[in-house]
Design a protein around this ligand. Structure first.
Ligand code: ZN
Length: 804
């Protein structure tokens, strides 16, 4: 987890006590050892106040005083940096971006103040927000947040928990009263509220309290909990109090015991069946309905351009639940509706060709696509000319990607459901009593008035969809329409004005009706959906299912959207990745694992740090085989792992992803195996299949290094490149060869490179470059000493001696 710790100056450095600083450094270090990514912000404390008082007496203005204060916070930050030594950034970052970069490098950014007028409390919140921290801890000199100042009022009582808004309300009067001191200043409180940042205010005098609050959520301070926030994953299943979620007034009773049907509460409200793996909790809820066989699991999207990884929430979440149900002996049918009678409202900027490669709009016939605006996806030709329609093109891409992940899905075209009459009974029911449909939908949609008809017709003149339906004839099963175009977000698509008659099969239900109609005709028992639907079409869908369509809605699961490289996935902004692209970098089981994690948690897929995701997967795998001793992870791993891998098999070998990237610099299979052996990843008795499987990761890590052009994107030269060096350089290389031959690890070699250069009076940079020439025929490369430490000693020595 990512966490920011704000340590008050008076907590960290009341005097200049090195033991005390060391204790905080060790606490922060232990969080990192526990796989936390930690950012630290340090305050100025009483020393800062002394400086400020002295300067004020000298007549300094407020800005100057603030700068003095900032200076002291940075001094304190440097003290803590001294305690953390090379684990921390060498200097306090002065920008959030630099702090974020340090974090991604695996360093601990330790910041002080940034600008006048802003306390380090506020810096801590801004840092937490900018790096997407799950938790912010204020280690203060008070025990938490009080209703009134405990210093001056013995009646003061401490809050156990507050919402961010309540925190602001508490701090405002304290901020007004110059004498009172709030545990968190007003700007910081407002920023917490704005960012919905989960925070803890605690007594920081004992650094161990920071550790247990971060790792377990245990503390005696005040929790600041945004409405609906989940506890950090690693705290386990501690329940989080939340606002009463009374989103649905229809109050559906789920078979699992009358729990509120809000999808938000699905997992949390069923403590009897609380499981370590969300898919089992969902399967429990499905089981409790005594479903007919086969159980039907559905996903679906509107085929709008590229089937990207975000769409795979719809497939993978369903698949993982399907696998749990299959394990329990059920017959399961996983279907996927391509909601392809939806009209094209906007020409996407990016498309994918039939090989799945991303293609810019400029490379296809954009003009003809532009003319197709407002038409159903199934009525639009495939811009690549291969498939029968735009919709079919998209659906086949999606199906191929599902197959790449070994997930069998049955694709269903919604247009087919209209054209082949499957929807007829639902259309009869909805359009047979338009008033009833109108009454049910009206509370959910402002645009519903007495002329509203829940049907969009396809204009027989221009082929566009129109929502202006002026009359319905249920007996003839027709509607009268006027082609008025449609609203497409920020603009409108004009209609042709034609007035005509369309049959029930020549149009579509609006989405809010179409979705429950799909549940009815397909008999859907479970459907995952994005959080946008959770507040929109899900509550109305439940109502329509019960009161118009007459079907029980499926068991819901809401998934959070994940972001890609910190930004929302968006075809229009070009921030997308397809399954196919991701599988060039990751093994299918790692991608499946990505979706096996808790769907209610917003996550970022940071391509530059895929190594972390792979490490996480490897750990998850070891936890399944009980090799981690992590009691929190093991139950989840035991339940989910068998559904994530093709085959549970003992004795698998996983090369750490970054090591695989190192091996990727070597273009020689045999050498790769030797190196993996010498690093202890492959044992003498490792079977051949395990070696072959392990080596599969190398090609992916190599593609990653190439794409990222990161520290692993170099190619080790199998043959000695043509090189000429000065006499001093050759002498230094010979010395270094001696040193390596004597047997030293990478770190020792790295510092020896510096020493050798100095000894021979060489510029250190030039000497490194000589090394890169020798090994990579390049002027730059990875951390040379460590890389050479990973290689076979004999190879390195021979090369340093320029003998081969
Ligand atoms: Zn028309």
């Amino acid at each position: 987890m990512r966490v920011v710790v704000s340590i008050g100056g008076s907590v960290l450095a009341p005097g200049l006590d090195s033991d005390r600083i060391a204790a905080y450094a060790s606490a922060v270090g232990s969080l990192v050892d526990e796989d936390c990514e930690v950012g630290v912000v340090v305050g100025g404390g009483s020393v800062a106040r002394e400086y400020i008082d002295a300067a004020r007496d000298l007549g300094a203005n407020e800005v100057l005083l603030d700068r003095l204060g900032i200076g002291v916070t940075r001094l304190n930050a440097r003290l803590l940096i001294a305690g953390l030594s090379e684990r921390a950034t060498p200097t306090p970052p002065e920008e959030y971006e630099a702090a974020g970069q340090a974090l991604r490098r695996g360093d601990i950014p330790v910041m002080g103040g940034i600008m006048p007028g802003q306390t380090t409390d506020a810096v801590a919140v801004a840092l937490a927000e900018s790096i997407g921290a799950e938790l912010l801890i204020f280690a203060t000199s008070t025990t938490g947040v009080f209703d009134i100042d405990p210093e001056t009022d013995s009646e003061a009582s401490q809050f156990a928990e507050l919402s961010p808004q309540e925190l602001v309300d508490v701090v405002v009067p304290m901020a007004r009263d110059a004498g009172a001191s709030a545990p968190v200043d007003l700007l910081a409180a407002k920023l917490i509220d704005r960012a919905d940042m989960r925070s803890i205010v605690l007594d920081g005098s004992d650094p161990e309290r920071i550790v247990s609050a971060t790792l377990q959520g245990h503390h005696d301070g005040t929790d600041i909990v945004p409405a609906g926030a989940d506890s950090p994953d690693r705290w386990g299943n501690r329940m989080t109090p939340r606002d009463d979620d009374s989103g649905s007034e229809s109050g559906v009773e789920t078979a699992s015991g009358g729990a509120n049907d809000s999808p938000h509460l699905l997992a949390d409200s069923t403590p009897d069946t609380e499981r370590a793996y969300w898919a089992e909790t969902v399967a429990d809820a499905i089981d409790a309905r005594n479903p007919d066989q086969p159980i039907v699991i559905k996903g679906g999207v509107s085929p709008s351009g590229v089937s990207h990884l975000g769409n795979f929430n719809e497939i993978m979440r369903g698949y993982l639940v399907a696998q749990v149900l299959r394990d329990r002996g059920h017959d399961v049918r996983q279907v996927f509706t391509s909601d392809d009678r939806d009209p094209l409202r906007k020409v996407p900027r990016t498309l994918a060709d039939s090989d799945g490669s991303l293609v810019d709009l400029g490379d296809v016939d954009a003009e003809s696509l532009g003319r197709s605006l407002g038409m159903a996806y199934t009525d639009i030709p495939d811009p690549f000319g291969d498939a029968p329609s735009y919709a079919a093109h998209f659906a086949s891409l999606l199906k191929s990607d599902a197959e790449r992940l070994d997930v069998p899905v049955e694709m269903i075209s919604t247009t087919d459901l209209y054209e082949n009459g499957t929807f007829d009974p639902i259309l009869d029911r909805v359009l047979g009593d338009v008033e009833q449909a109108r009454d049910v939908i009206a509370p959910y949609q402002d645009t519903v008035d007495e002329s509203y008809v829940p049907f969009n017709a396809i204009c027989s003149e221009c082929g566009q969809m129109t929502d202006t339906v002026t009359a319905v004839d249920p007996d003839a099963r027709t509607v009268e329409y006027r082609c008025t175009g449609m609203d497409a977000g920020d603009r409108t698509i004009d209609g042709c004005g034609h007035e005509g008659t369309a049959g029930f099969r020549e149009g579509k239900l609006p989405w809010r009706f179409e979705w429950p109609a799909e549940w009815a005709v397909l008999g859907v028992d479970f459907e995952p959906f994005g959080k946008d639907h959770a507040e929109g079409s899900w509550p109305s869908g439940v109502d329509i299912a019960h009161n118009v369509v007459n079907v029980e809605p499926p068991v819901p699961t809401v998934y959070e959207w994940f972001t890609l490289n910190g930004e929302p996935l968006s075809s229009s902004a070009g921030n997308i990745i397809t399954v196919q692209q991701l599988l060039e970098l990751l093994e299918p089981e790692v991608v499946r694992y990505f979706f096996a994690r808790n769907p209610k948690k917003a996550r970022d897929l940071d391509i530059s740090r895929l190594d972390q995701l792979v490490d996480e997967f490897d750990r998850f795998e070891r936890a399944f085989f009980d090799e981690t001793g992590d009691e929190h992870l093991a139950p989840f791993a035991r339940a989910a792992y068998p559904h994530v891998v093709d085959e549970v098999r003992e004795g698998r070998v996983r090369l750490p992803y970054t090591f695989a990237a190192v091996l990727g610099m070597v273009d020689d299979r045999e050498l790769q195996v030797r190196l993996a052996r010498s690093e202890g990843h492959i044992a003498a008795d490792t079977p051949q299949w395990a070696i072959d499987d392990a080596l599969d990761r190398i090609e992916r890590a190599r593609s990653w290094a190439r794409q990222m052009d990161n520290a692993y994107n170099y190619e080790l030269q199998a043959e000695l490149p043509e090189v000429t060096f000065t006499e001093a350089t050759t002498a230094a290389l010979d010395d270094l060869a001696e040193f390596v031959a004597a047997g030293h690890d990478g770190e020792a070699i790295q510092s020896e490179i510096y020493d050798t250069a100095r000894k021979h009076d060489l510029d250190v940079g030039d000497f490194f470059e000589a090394g890169y020439r020798l090994f990579f025929d390049d002027t730059a490369g990875p951390r040379l000493g460590e890389f050479l430490g990973d290689l076979e000693r004999e190879f390195v020595v021979t090369r340093l001696r320029r003998e081969g």
